[in-house]
Design a protein around this ligand. Structure first.
Ligand SMILES: CC(C)(COP(=O)(O)OP(=O)(O)OC[C@H]1O[C@@H](n2cnc3c(N)ncnc32)[C@H](O)[C@@H]1OP(=O)(O)O)[C@@H](O)C(=O)NCCC(=O)NCCS
Length: 178
């Protein structure tokens, strides 16, 4: 489905819609309408409105949202954060029933331009659960490469709830030269 939308900086008035969109895309049942999600791997909330507010106030983070031109609804979100030379994007979600129409790719391109032109940085990273092969393949097609670096997901997210039968969750660090 092709949809007309704009990408703009996230604002505090967007916090609740961003929270809903991230929960819908990652772990809630609605996520099953999309082509990739973590509903079968993890449960519980992905993040709180407080964390989003903190991110919006953080000078080393930037959040962008995609807005549907026809109704002003928030249909996509992406966040990029900087910790010295480690620049990583995440909190990346598109409304499940609108996925597969190019919104995600445009959000990634927007972040790539921002990181290279505004922050003047040359590398962009991302973390992805290795079990999510379809998502790893998408990122490879977007030009990200596997750095070979692996992280134990549970060590980094100790309070996360794994679904029954899920163990040894590993995160792949991918990177792209901008
Ligand atoms: C990841 C996500 C943001 C991508 O958004 P999107 O709007 O669907 O992205 P696009 O439409 O630009 O691209 C979708 C890609 O998936 C491919 N795709 C579509 N349906 C697919 C399917 N059933 N299986 C595998 N790939 C599929 C498309 O071909 C396209 O790849 P291409 O551009 O190389 O052809 C979205 O799926 C999402 O919100 N997922 C849930 C949250 C999440 O997992 N976030 C990332 C955490 S690291």
């Amino acid at each position: 489905m092709s949809i007309s939308f704009v990408i703009r900086d996230a604002q505090s008035k967007d916090i609740s819609a961003i929270e809903n969109l991230i929960e819908a895309g990652y772990r809630k049942d609605e996520a099953r309408l999309g082509w990739t999600h973590e509903t079968d791997i993890l449960s519980g909330d992905r993040l709180s409105e407080g964390e989003i507010a903190k991110t919006l106030d953080d000078v080393n983070s930037k959040m962008f949202v995609a807005i549907d031109n026809s109704n002003e609804n928030l249909i996509g979100v992406i966040c990029v954060s900087k910790d010295n030379d480690w620049i990583e994007f995440g909190k990346f979600s598109v409304k499940p029933n609108l996925q597969g129409g190019g919104i995600g790719r445009r959000l990634i391109n927007h972040v790539e331009n921002f990181v290279s032109k505004v922050w003047g940085e040359k590398k962009l990273k991302l973390s992805v659960i290795s079990k999510r092969k379809e998502l790893v393949e998408f990122y490879l097609r977007c030009g990200f490469k596997d750095t070979g670096q692996r992280i134990d997901f549970v060590k980094v997210h100790p309070y996360v709830i794994l679904k029954d039968g899920v163990e040894n969750l590993e995160v792949i660090i991918m990177e792209k030269n901008l």
